[in-house]
Design a protein around this ligand. Structure first.
Ligand code: GH3
Ligand code: MG
Ligand code: MG
Length: 478
């Protein structure tokens, strides 16, 4: 790989210091081949290969599928090569492609290094002044480019599939796909972070994707502002290579890793980044050649999708949340119950007792304050994955994924006691609060999750009828 960015990179890496990266720009080179397919390598890979070797030209050729015929892409130095010379290389490469040859050949104008396999061929035309000792490196770069060209149809297919269902994507699914896609081509662990909230004073950077080899505990974590990945995602610092923990030690017992991490902003064009990726470099070497081009293309592709997904998520969240208490609303509860991974668990319904009386006596604002008070208790009494919800005026629910009926009853009881023993007052006037609870659970009271709300509601009704301020469980299904 070293051939690619050559000595330039070696010196930089030796120091092991976090440092900036050179800017990435499409190559300014000669005219492209007549039929440039989107499935061929993007321009920068060819341009880089050319610049790194002061080459006269770089070629990619592919047997087309269907009626399209062969496709070719090339960057040539039009000042040093004539049209006739370019065409001579075109023909030579087609022969190499069809015969699956690879080799090094001295032509009048320079030395042609080429490689072909499975309908693809790549070549580079080196000037006579080229240092023959570097030939091995150039061949490795060509091999990588060939692999990249061969993989390209799959990548394009993935990108197209992603565009088609972009409307349905959440930031989490964009992040995970990108992380896995990059892990596949870079063969190392990748973390993807997204910028949440467009308000400049309230920008948060959250981890939305961790590849298979990564630490899954990082998912959903909000990164500290000082973390380097946060700063790359917010555009405060550019692409960076670092040996520090780029996540700002967000998971305390995370293994300290050997090697460096490359932090790349997720952005299109000159607009502010929408996120950033962290790529762990096992041997400290940055991705180069076709692999690098593939990486940048995947990142560029993901940028608009990630931006859209983040705002979709925000809209979904606000449509599913209750502005008074900040809990999820009925829709949010439904979403939680219909998640693909929702199977077993306990559902608690709760309704404040004689709430109308409180409203009538102390006024509506007092009622609102009491609702907020109860919501706070609910939040405090449940664990991370549980879902407390306000599903109606003074009606609440808690979905406890994976909990048994027994646990559901105990938690309802705990909330009931907490509400009864926490003093609440309005403008100096003490007012006792209580609530009634109904609990149902899958599979104990019903094998179908979809029936739990009706069961919990029926149990709540029994609790009310039996004198309020109590917990009732649903009868077992027959
Ligand atoms: P029960 O013990 O049978 O549940 O009696 P209750 O008075 O709580 O029952 P009911 O359902 O008759 O009354 C609920 C009251 O809750 C009616 C309404 O004024 C009040 N309420 C509903 N939503 C809100 C709200 O958002 N804010 C306030 N302050 N009150 C609300
Ligand atoms: Mg009530
Ligand atoms: Mg009610």
């Amino acid at each position: 790989m070293i051939a690619f960015l050559g000595g330039l990179l070696l010196g930089v890496l030796g120091a092991w210091v976090a440092r900036r990266f050179w800017p990435i720009r499409p190559a300014v080179a000669g005219p492209a081949g007549a039929s440039v397919g989107p499935h061929l390598l993007p321009d920068p890979a060819l341009g880089w290969l050319m610049r790194a070797n002061q080459a006269l030209g770089v070629w990619v050729s592919e047997v087309g599928v269907g009626e399209e015929g062969p496709r070719a892409e090339r960057r040539v130095d039009a000042e040093r090569l004539s049209v006739v010379q370019v065409e001579a290389v075109d023909r030579r490469l087609e022969r190499a492609r069809d015969a699956e040859e690879h080799g090094v050949e001295r032509l009048g104008v320079g030395t042609l290094v080429f490689r072909a396999r499975a309908g693809f061929a790549v070549a580079i035309l080196l000037p006579h002044s080229f240092d023959a000792a570097r030939l091995g490196e150039v061949e490795q770069d060509l091999e990588r480019m060939l692999e990249g060209a061969r993989r390209r149809p799959q990548i394009v297919a993935i990108a197209q599939a992603q565009t088609q269902d972009a409307q349905l994507e959440s930031a989490g699914s964009v992040g995970l796909r990108l992380a896995y896609q990059l892990e596949r081509s870079l063969e190392t662990e990748v973390v993807v972070a997204a910028v949440e909230s467009s308000a400049a004073d309230d920008e948060r950077v959250r981890i939305v994707g961790v590849s298979g080899r990564g630490d899954r505990r990082l998912l959903e974590t909000v990164l500290p502002p000082h973390a380097e990945l946060t700063r790359v995602a917010l555009g405060t610092i550019p692409q960076t290579l670092t040996v520090e923990d780029p996540l700002g030690a967000v998971v305390a017992d995370r293994r300290q890793r050997v090697g460096a991490t490359l932090l790349v902003p997720i952005a299109t064009g000159s607009s502010a980044p929408v996120g950033a990726i962290a790529i762990h470099l096992v041997n400290g070497l940055e991705p180069a050649g076709a692999v690098r081009a593939e990486m940048l293309e995947a990142v560029t592709n993901a940028a608009p999708r990630l931006a859209r997904a983040v705002s979709t998520d925000a809209a979904v969240r606000s449509a599913a949340s209750d502005p008074l208490t900040g809990l999820v609303n009925r829709r949010g509860l439904e979403q939680a119950l219909t998640r693909v991974d929702a199977r077993e668990g306990a559902l608690i319904f709760a309704d404040l007792d004689r709430f109308k009386q409180l409203n009538d006596t102390l006024g509506h604002p007092a009622g609102d304050a009491a609702l907020i008070h109860f919501a706070r208790i609910l939040r405090e009494q449940v664990r991370g994955g549980d879902v407390p919800a306000r599903i109606g005026g003074e009606e609440f629910a808690i979905w406890l994924p994976g909990a048994t009926l027994d646990l559901g009853k105990r938690i309802a009881e705990r909330v009931r006691i907490k509400l009864g023993t926490t003093a609440w007052e309005w403008q100096g006037r003490h007012w006792p609060l209580s609530a009634s609870f109904g609990v149902a659970a899958c599979p104990e009271t019903n094998p179908d999750l979809g029936n739990l709300p009706a069961q919990a509601d029926a149990a709540l009704y029994v609790a009310k009828r039996s004198g309020r301020n109590r917990v009732e469980a649903a009868g077992a299904a027959r």
